[in-house]
Design a protein around this ligand. Structure first.
Ligand SMILES: *Cc1c(COP(=O)(O)O)cnc(C)c1O
Length: 390
């Protein structure tokens, strides 16, 4: 490039770094434009073909590597990334639902998924109906000829019911209906969705995979190439690209994910057991605890629990008082999400979220982070004291 002007040399260079560089981290490839060797290569390029590259939106070595790793971890064969967990949910709906179709969602479903269902119903001519998460084989009675997809979530991430996934999958498959699982609560580590019969697994990588509370991303994983092809069309048509920096952040979290998950799990069980012994708490909603709805299914299907559970306060405490409890916590941030090192807390108004909800006391969800359990318990104890006495 020595014969070009300085202005051109700002853009073009004859230098190429030597090949053969090797290191553990996957390189972060930034690219909108992907270059073709020649016109013939461009003409024969197929954006769906993951053995080659066509455009940044359709994949780079960074995103292909993360997709492959997630598919392996979940026990699937194919994976597509989306810029958030919610975008991954939307990818599934747009891939498998069209006007005139029907989709079933559990009443305890992740709230933005319920909102998407409402939107499909109001504006897209798709019916979205909501079922009791503990319906089990009874889902068969809800399946209509136009039902195409059943969403499941295990457990529901606020009220913590664990559905009978094998029973739901059996009923669905008998009628040719697909089952999608939002497997975010256990990061795919403690619940092996494909082994239980699920067709499509969605993950919010925002949680345990990242582990840093610093990135939003989602994934849809399948075993069946025909399902992946439909998802890939929705992915392309909706333009669901992800940043390579974000993909790197997620990949950086993967090696430590099981260790973090187990640490969250052990700490959360200690905190939940302590809360169960407190007079201020009416119910602890933790799937590993015997009185949690769906505990038998959790015991059968899961190998762990992670850091997220809820408590229901005794009905003698007003919402004003339980809000005071939440505000008084020092080590728990008030915020959505989980899977990072920091403990979090969030109060919910359950009667506004559910058709039927029997508990009169306030539900508060806790995400137990990686702080020491001793400090977390002391913090909760002082906050309960402020709730009761001030
Ligand atoms: C967080 C979450 C999502 C959505 O993930 P985002 O990346 O925040 O969009 C979906 N489902 C469940 C169960 C979640 O907890």
């Amino acid at each position: 490039m020595a014969d070009t002007t300085l202005q051109t040399r700002l853009i073009h260079s004859s230098y190429t770094a030597p090949g053969g560089f090797a290191a553990f981290p996957t390189a972060i490839h930034h690219a909108s434009t992907v270059l073709f060797k020649d016109v013939a290569a461009m003409r024969s390029g197929d954006w769906k073909d993951k053995s080659a590259y066509t455009y940044g939106l359709h994949g780079t070595p960074t995103t292909f590597t993360l997709e492959a790793r997630l598919a392996e971890i979940e026990g699937g064969a194919h994976c597509l990334l989306a810029p958030s967990g919610l975008a991954a949910i939307a990818m599934v709906d747009f891939a498998f639902l069209k006007t005139g179709d029907d989709v079933l969602l559990p009443e305890n479903v992740y709230n933005p998924n319920r909102e998407l269902g409402r939107w499909l119903s109001s504006d897209f001519g798709i019916t979205a109906r909501y079922y009791d998460p503990l319906v089990g084989a009874g889902i068969a009675a809800l399946i209509q000829p136009n039902t195409k997809l059943i969403w499941t979530e295990s457990p529901g991430s606020v009220s913590m019911e664990v559905p009978d996934l094998p029973a739901i999958c059996a009923a669905a498959h008998a009628r040719g209906v697909l089952v999608a699982l939002d497997n975010t609560w256990s990061a795919g580590l403690a619940l092996r969705g494909f082994d239980l019969g699920v067709d499509i697994i969605m993950q919010a990588l925002t949680k345990y995979q990242s582990g840093g509370s610093d990135v939003l991303m989602g994934a849809v994983i399948t075993r069946d190439v025909a399902l992946n092809d439909l998802l890939a069309m929705a992915h392309m048509r909706l333009g669901l690209g992800v940043s390579p920096d974000d993909a790197f952040l997620v990949m950086r979290g993967l090696p430590s994910m099981q260790l973090r998950f187990d640490a969250h799990d052990a700490a959360a069980r200690q905190v939940a057991a302590w809360l169960q012994g407190r007079p201020e708490i009416a119910r602890v909603l933790h799937p590993a605890f015997e009185d949690c709805p769906g505990h038998a299914e959790w015991k059968r299907d899961f190998t762990g629990a992670g850091g997220l559970f809820s408590v229901v306060f005794d009905a003698r405490y007003t919402e004003q008082q339980t809000d005071r409890f939440v505000d008084a916590l020092r080590l728990f941030g008030i915020g959505y999400s989980w899977g990072g090192a920091n403990s979090l807390v969030m109060p919910y108004r359950m009667p506004a979220m559910r058709r039927t909800w029997d508990d009169a006391g306030t539900l508060v969800r806790l995400n137990i982070g990686l702080e020491s359990v001793e400090d977390l318990l002391a913090d909760i104890a002082q906050a309960l004291g402020q709730m009761v006495h001030s």
